[in-house]
Design a protein around this ligand. Structure first.
Ligand code: HEC
Ligand code: HEC
Length: 283
């Protein structure tokens, strides 16, 4: 089995004999004032599987990196501004806006992104930000749910993420969230598709290598939502998971499915200690 994965990787890794490029040493400071931790010690639960953890920012070209260093250059900020207006807009049968209950997003949502996905006691489930937002929309506003990966939803998640920018990712993996976390961990190491590749085969065993034209990162999600130059929009975490699984030529899970929620919790926990960076810019 191990041999099979190595063969698939060898076929995909563009130039296996060139020197490993690895992450670069650049430091990310946004707007000249927000220091972002893009490299730090791996969380204990990784048991040495990664010596250090890196944000995907460290693997991008200087040009792409620069776009994230200044909010005026960051193309993801347009969507954030649009979400700011939606925050104050009444919608649904109860005549309420997000602001009716949560007041200013700059106050009420500080630190929220850093701890999601998170166990919700009342619902008895782990929730992503998207799931929680749709719960507020349907059960508290009497409004329609947003499609999980829609532009409006992803923009709202970006606006909320922005309020935690620079704070360390710190999702809980124990207590009632543990079973979901274990499920996500198992998925991370499961080989999918015709290529029989797991997330770990690429993002743990081969980060730093070139795969096709891409510099492989550790597949961290501290930077999400991520504005991708490739599709010129903000992309949600589950959109990215879907794309990666599809690249192994496998059937994928649905955005918002319990499987992807579990995978998101696990992948988020691999980045505990990195700064919340969203909305980031990637290629
Ligand atoms: C009628 C009041 C109400 C409205 C309107 C409302 N929410 Fe909420 N929201 C709540 C309550 C109450 C909670 C706590 C829910 C819980 O813990 O189960 C909450 C929780 C949240 C959380 C999680 C916060 C945390 O610390 O975990 C987010 C994010 C959120 N709401 C976003 C939104 C957004 C975005 C909108 C608008 C689309 C919105 N809410 C509209 C009442 C509301
Ligand atoms: C065949 C190799 C391959 C596999 C398998 C794979 N990915 Fe990826 N993934 C990539 C490439 C290439 C990129 C784009 C460059 C980068 O950031 O690594 C990427 C990007 C990502 C990103 C974006 C990182 C950022 O900072 O923008 C995340 C998150 C991610 N992958 C998660 C996963 C998860 C979770 C799995 C397993 C379900 C997975 N990937 C499986 C190749 C792979």
């Amino acid at each position: 089995m191990r041999f099979k994965a190595m063969t698939a990787i060898a076929a995909l890794v563009a130039a296996p004999l060139t020197v490993m490029a690895g992450p670069d040493d650049d430091e990310l400071v946004i707007n000249g004032e927000i220091n972002i931790v893009t490299k730090t010690a791996a969380p204990a639960h990784l048991d040495g599987a990664l010596p250090e953890i890196y944000s995907g920012w460290r693997f991008r070209s200087d040009e792409t990196q620069a776009l994230e260093m200044d909010d005026f250059e960051n193309p993801g900020m347009v969507a954030v501004d649009a979400a700011r207006e939606v925050w104050d807009k009444v919608d649904g049968s109860e005549g309420k806006a997000c602001a009716s209950c949560h007041d200013a997003v700059e106050d009420s949502m500080v630190g929220v992104r850093a701890v999601y996905p998170k166990w919700n006691e009342t619902a008895g489930e782990v929730r992503t930000l998207e799931t929680q937002i749709n719960d507020c929309r349907t059960n508290r506003m009497g409004a329609e749910a947003w499609k999980y990966t829609s532009g409006g939803m992803t923009a709202m998640v970006a606006l909320i993420s922005l309020q935690s920018r620079g704070m360390p990712v710190n999702v809980a993996i124990d207590g009632p969230a543990q079973a979901t976390w274990e499920q996500g961990k198992e998925m991370y190491y499961t080989r999918y598709g015709q290529l029989e590749l797991s997330c770990a085969n690429c993002h743990e065993d081969n980060y730093g290598n070139m795969i096709r034209a891409d510099h492989l990162s550790q597949g961290q999600i501290n930077g999400f939502p991520a504005y991708r130059l490739k599709n010129t929009k903000l992309n949600s975490v589950h959109d990215r998971f879907k794309g990666c699984i599809r690249d192994t030529r496998a059937e994928t899970f649905k955005p918002g499915s319990s499987e992807f929620v579990a995978l998101e919790l696990y992948v988020a926990s691999r980045g505990n200690g990195l700064s919340v960076e969203g909305p980031s810019v990637r290629n």
